[in-house]
Design a protein around this ligand. Structure first.
Ligand code: COA
Length: 184
């Protein structure tokens, strides 16, 4: 992502067609917004991380894991306020995994679907080596499964006993999107 000349304000990467959300790099000054979702146990329920418990912890996490992440974007409202983030993780050279998190107050308004659609539309141009974008979703995380279906990901099936999540062995649904797949 390009930066403005003074290197303080990251440029907006892309806005949704409806211009309800935009994606941009996160900065340390987003810490208070970050804490809104990162401290919420309900948001963390199906995620590998535990809820954040202090501002200091949040600053450390953003510094060590967000600012250094190869591809992570804040999902922002029109006023540039972050309400969550979306990221791409490398599985290997041609497979990448998508993940996303939204503050609970904004669930059910289509924002995650818009963000996933935006990233899915852009990422194959930005990283032409990708042959498969995938998402692994807990079998009980119905909202996330629905988001992927709405964007056009294929539900490939349930991988049984795939991971240990917070002390419990979980079945996970595998979704994928290939460069030739149509976006919905
Ligand atoms: C998953 C998450 C990103 C979805 O965000 P969102 O902005 O609410 O998603 P959208 O509004 O775009 O779409 C949600 C869809 O799921 C549906 N949905 C939500 N909860 C549901 C449930 N329990 N059962 C069935 N459908 C459900 C909604 O009705 C909506 O579908 P619709 O548009 O057909 O009505 C959000 O809930 C979140 O941040 N959860 C915590 C983090 C997380 O689980 N991340 C994903 C890890 S794989």
């Amino acid at each position: 992502m390009e930066m403005d000349s003074n290197e303080t304000q990251p440029k907006v990467v892309v806005s949704s067609p409806a211009r309800r959300i935009s994606l941009r790099q996160m900065t340390l000054s987003d810490v208070d917004h970050y804490m809104v979702w990162a401290t919420d146990a309900k948001v963390a329920q199906f995620c590998s991380w535990e809820p954040c418990t202090s501002r200091e912890e949040a600053i450390t996490y953003i510094t060590d894991s967000v600012l250094t992440h190869p591809w992570l974007r804040a999902i922002c409202l029109e006023d540039d306020r972050p309400i969550g983030y979306i990221l791409i993780m490398a599985v290997d050279d041609i497979r990448k995994e998508i993940g996303y998190v939204l503050a609970r107050k904004y669930w059910g308004k289509g924002f995650a679907t818009e963000a996933v659609r935006l990233v899915t539309a852009e990422i194959f141009k930005e990283m032409p080596e990708i042959e498969r974008l995938e998402a692994l979703v807990d079998v009980d995380n119905m909202g996330s499964q629905r988001v992927l279906e709405k964007v056009g990901f294929t539900r490939e099936g349930v991988m049984r006993n795939l991971i240990i999540m917070k002390g419990s062995v979980r079945d996970m649904v595998m979704f994928s999107f290939l460069p030739s797949d149509p976006l919905k």
